[in-house]
Design a protein around this ligand. Structure first.
Ligand SMILES: [Zn+2]
Length: 395
């Protein structure tokens, strides 16, 4: 048995040594590409993957004495550095911005939402992006939904716009013909409330310039910054779940483009069902979270230690009552190992879980002694008295 285990790796090694050098190199490159993608995934701009370049140039140092560790961390650092540079190089798309054809850049004041609750509302003929509050946009495009934003517990509102509408005003000479940044559709939504701010989000399907030679379909998110994207909660959404939904949508978009010719009208059409699907997934996600928080709240109410303790006390048989001689407290055993500690003047001190052994040990060592019927009755009365006073105070 031991012998076979020793032989296996050696045989694998031999087979690897015999593989044609080209095959070995291909395998290494494929593995490196996988590593780059994995490192890119933890890059803050990954969701706006437009910035991911087609290829990276790496300088590899290969130690021949088998000391791989130092070189390995160098490779990782180098990839991180290159990815960062790639992000800076692709100026046509920046995280959370649209391209301003008037200023011919995406870092001018027009390129980003003007207010936390603004969403992209299309271009002016000169190529200047316009932003509008979500409620205003909703009033124009989806008046039936507006009241959702103003309910005591506001609900999420979604406004879907086609690329054609968002680009409609653009003149050919001011971005109408540009291909470095083409909005193909948008799902605006809100409000996401965090940091005591109402935020709106513009999720856009965009054809952008990934590098000088290649264009790419991807998601662009306006209204959140890098740090926001990595929150554990985003308004009604669970952070990781939201990122997963966006990732899947991004993948569907990336699958779309085939062929060299860019047919914007056709892409507009293809993008719409993907954004509609995204909308459905986000609605479900928000609903699920709402249900979960409701459950948590209900459970918290049920499990308030005092409530559980009082419930156990009510049904406990006489042989479940003890006096703790060390602590001078009353002990009541509930089901499932629950142990409740009360003061004799009628306060719930604490509750805990103890296994059977611990419970028995305390009795055997004489630390816990059984309470008499009269003492139990007295304790019950004082506790229910206290509880009634407290309940009245709370209401
Ligand atoms: Zn501008």
């Amino acid at each position: 048995m031991a012998k076979r285990d020793e032989q296996k790796p050696r045989e694998m090694e031999r087979r690897r040594d015999n593989a044609p050098p080209r095959e070995v190199a291909e395998r290494l490159i494929a593995e490196l590409a996988g590593l780059v993608r994995r490192l890119a995934e933890r890059h803050p701009d990954y969701l706006n993957g437009l910035n991911l370049p087609d290829r990276l140039s790496l300088t590899l140092e290969v130690p021949l004495n088998g000391a791989a560790r130092g070189s390995a961390s160098q490779v990782i650092e180098q990839i991180d550095r290159e990815l960062l540079q790639a992000v800076d190089l692709t100026q046509s798309v920046r995280l959370g911005s649209v391209f301003c054809f008037q200023c011919r850049r995406s870092d001018c004041e027009h390129a980003q939402p003007s207010q936390p609750d603004s969403v992209f509302a299309g271009y002016l003929p000169t190529g200047k992006p316009t932003w509008q509050s979500l409620s205003q946009l909703c009033l124009t495009l989806e008046p039936a939904q507006v009241d959702k934003l103003y309910r005591p517990t506001p609900e999420l509102v979604f406004v879907l716009s086609t690329g054609r509408d968002l680009r409609a005003a653009l003149l050919d000479d001011f971005g109408g013909r540009a291909r470095n940044f083409v909005i193909l559709g948008q799902l605006a939504l809100g409000h996401l409330v965090f940091e005591e701010q109402k935020r709106a989000l513009s999720i856009q399907a965009v054809l952008g310039e990934a590098s000088r030679r290649r264009r790419r379909l991807d998601l662009n998110l306006c209204g959140l910054d890098r740090a926001d994207l990595h929150r554990s909660r985003l308004g009604p959404f669970d952070g990781p779940a939201l990122r997963e939904v966006l990732r899947r949508c991004r993948y569907r978009l990336a699958q779309l483009r085939r062929g060299r010719e860019i047919d914007v009208a056709r892409l507009d059409e293809q993008v719409l069902p993907i954004l509609t699907q995204l909308k459905g997934e986000l609605e479900r996600l928000a609903r699920r979270e709402r249900r979960n928080t409701q459950h948590v709240r209900e459970r918290a109410r049920e499990d308030r230690p005092t409530t559980a303790a009082m419930r156990d006390l009510e049904v406990a048989a006489a042989d479940r009552f003890f006096r703790d001689l060390h602590e001078k407290t009353a002990i009541v055993l509930g089901p499932k190992g629950r142990v409740h500690v009360f003061s004799f003047d009628g306060r719930h001190v604490t509750s805990m879980k103890l296994d059977r052994e611990s419970v028995l040990r305390r009795q055997e060592r004489g630390r816990w002694v059984a309470l008499g019927d009269a003492e139990i009755e007295g304790l019950r009365q004082r506790l229910s008295e206290q509880n009634r006073l407290k309940g009245a105070g709370e209401d």
